[in-house]
Design a protein around this ligand. Structure first.
Ligand code: ADP
Ligand code: ADP
Length: 229
């Protein structure tokens, strides 16, 4: 399978503090990767560098073999690499449907009817189409999470990043997120998720990367990672 995402000696600093310390990784198309590690390890920062919401200070990052740097077209990059934020970041003043159609209409110049049909298709896929007319504040955390996923999918990304997708979800919603990620994988979409839920990582990921202090300390298939002594 082709390499979807590659980092070489990727580093990021905040003043004197090293947040990412020479990250090397390779993720192949269609893989499901869990990034584990303690709070403050740099997990969020790493995935945020993947769509350049945060910017690495040194090293190289490439997506589909294309180097990501200051010359990268960010609109194109973020269309290709979707991010579902931990706190969802939905637009509070827009309905669920409008949350989903905004970017395709503005960034892709999609016709309103096309944007709407696409949004309804993805809202259906994540099981929340009947809430299309509601506003984010009227939804539970699990429902908002689904909207955030549908919104990201409306840009038809090749890579989906999730920051703590199960934080604050009940077991049923967690199981649904698991199914959604598996469906994305079946559709050839590469997924990378940050989590502290070992059970979730174990049951969803193909491979696990364990981070601490800005470094990847271990990369292993999920099966062997969770069975090592
Ligand atoms: P994780 O997702 O593993 O919890 P983060 O990527 O959020 O870790 O943060 C890694 C480290 O970088 C933390 O110690 C955090 O305090 C620090 N950090 C993150 N953003 C900033 C910032 N803007 N300024 C200073 N330190 C930061
Ligand atoms: P195993 O037989 O590998 O020990 P478990 O008995 O822990 O698996 O779980 C049985 C099934 O329940 C798993 O195949 C998985 O689909 C589901 N499951 C368990 N825990 C979780 C979780 N935290 N998140 C999602 N699915 C889970």
């Amino acid at each position: 399978r082709p390499v979807a995402l590659q980092a070489r000696a990727l580093s990021r600093y905040h003043g004197d503090f090293t947040v990412l310390d020479g990250i090397d990784l390779e993720i192949r198309k269609g893989e499901k990767i869990a990034i584990l590690g303690p709070s403050g390890a740099g997990k969020s920062t790493l995935i945020r560098c993947f769509n350049r919401i945060e910017v690495h200070d040194s090293g190289t990052l490439s997506i589909n073999g294309q180097v990501i740097d200051r010359n990268t077209d960010l609109v194109k990059l973020r269309g290709m690499v979707g991010l579902v934020f931990q706190d969802y970041n939905l637009f509070p003043h827009l309905s669920v449907l409008d949350n989903c159609t905004l970017a395709p209409r503005i960034v892709r110049n999609a016709a309103p009817v096309d944007a709407r049909n696409l949004a309804l298709e993805f809202l259906e896929k994540v099981g929340i189409a009947e809430q299309a007319g509601k506003y984010p504040a009227q939804l539970s955390g699990g429902q908002q999470q689904r909207v955030a996923i549908a919104r990201a999918l409306c840009m038809q990304p090749e890579i989906m990043l999730f920051d703590e997708p199960t934080a604050a979800l009940d077991p049923e919603a967690i199981s649904d997120v698991k199914n959604i990620i598996n469906d994305l994988c079946a559709a050839g979409i590469t997924t990378v998720f940050v989590t502290h839920e070992m059970g979730f990582a174990r049951h969803v990921a193909d491979r696990v990367m364990f981070m601490d202090c800005g470094k990847i300390l271990e990369t292993a298939p999920a099966t062997s990672f969770f069975h090592s002594p």
